[in-house]
Design a protein around this ligand. Structure first.
Ligand SMILES: C[S@@+](CC[C@H](N)C(=O)[O-])C[C@H]1O[C@@H](n2cnc3c(N)ncnc32)[C@H](O)[C@@H]1O
Length: 308
């Protein structure tokens, strides 16, 4: 019986991950559904998986329930968090005594492994706009040294926090200038519009120390990805343009947003980042991605930019 339930639950989870990788689902069907219904369907679909995990004795109390995980189709929350941490150590120079800012920290996927990685000199600050996510992190994620903190930003995003009172394009990060060695945004600018990305890049340049690094994931568009999008079966098509943003759905642009690589390079330089960021491409457009498929960086492109 347990074998059967395990097989069923695995199939249910895999089917969701497969669905979220289908262009007709993410670009056509999902945007057609009202947001409330989308979020309710996720809960209803995954609640039996949580129940089964509990019954099978494999529910990990240190991780958020799957039904409340609003942060995307992640195949293995714990393992991918650890891989994200490794990626930051390797490419952004994160050390146990670094000060790390995680904007759009979600349900603490990165915070959980970072809490055990930092030494007493280090520090972690997570910001997010979803009240339930920050509440879960505050209740469940802490390090041994009291240096892991979470901030709720009451910022509007049509998909993640439609009732938010502040505009992301006017939001000031609640930190002093030159506070952080590394800042990370995983799959956050892929849900934000141009004026908002512009503001956040300016804030990142302000709160990072000179020489500090921003590790940010994007969908970067270029002649190469456009050619691939036209021919291969890519997950996202970005058929519509809103100013500098390329979106899959005009109705809910925040579901998936891409930017021209040249535009992001210009924006980074304008805000005080060095002109030669490291760019590691993901597999979303059909090219061979830098990160392994199960790395937790999704299949997005990563730009690692250093403050001048
Ligand atoms: C796809 S999830 C990724 C979460 C997390 N970075 C991870 O990789 O597990 C996108 C996250 O960005 C957050 N977000 C969206 N707009 C934001 C904004 N303007 N400021 C901060 N966070 C934002 C959402 O609430 C959500 O938690």
């Amino acid at each position: 019986m347990k074998k059967l339930v395990t097989a069923l639950v695995t199939a249910v989870e895999r089917f969701r991950i497969w669905l979220l990788a289908q262009p007709w689902f993410t670009s056509v069907l999902l945007p057609a559904l009202p947001r409330r219904l989308r979020w309710a369907l996720r809960r209803v679909y995954l609640a039996p998986v949580d129940l089964a995990d509990r019954w099978l004795g494999r529910r990990e109390e240190s991780l958020p329930p799957k039904a409340s995980t609003f942060t995307g189709a992640v195949s293995d929350f714990a393992a991918t968090g650890g891989l994200l941490l490794e990626a930051l150590r390797e490419t952004a120079g994160l050390t146990p005594s670094s000060q790390l800012l995680d904007v759009g920290c979600g349900l603490g996927r990165l915070a959980i492994p970072v809490a055990g990685f930092l030494d007493p000199e280090g520090g972690y600050e997570g910001i997010d706009i979803v009240p339930d996510g920050i509440a879960w992190c505050r209740a469940n994620v802490s390090g041994p040294y009291g240096n892991v903190h979470f901030t709720l930003a009451d910022v509007h995003n049509k998909e993640y926090h439609p009732k938010g009172r502040m505009k992301a394009s006017e939001y000031t990060f609640p930190f002093a200038d030159d506070s952080f060695d590394v800042a990370v945004l995983i799959s956050v600018f892929t849900h934000m519009l141009p004026a908002e990305v512009n503001r956040y890049l300016s804030e990142l340049a302000r709160v990072l120390k000179p020489g500090g690094r921003a590790f940010i994931s994007y969908f970067l568009l270029s002649p190469e990805t456009e050619a691939l999008m036209a021919t291969s079966s890519v997950q996202r098509r970005f058929r519509h343009r809103i100013g500098e943003a390329y979106v899959a759905s005009v109705k809910v642009p925040e579901l998936s947003v891409g930017y021209r690589e040249s535009y992001i390079r210009e924006l980074c330089a304008a805000h005080g980042f060095a002109a030669d960021p490291v760019v590691l491409y993901g597999a979303w457009s059909g090219r061979r991605g830098h990160w392994p498929a199960d790395s937790g960086l999704g299949d997005q492109d990563t730009v690692i930019a250093t403050v001048r």
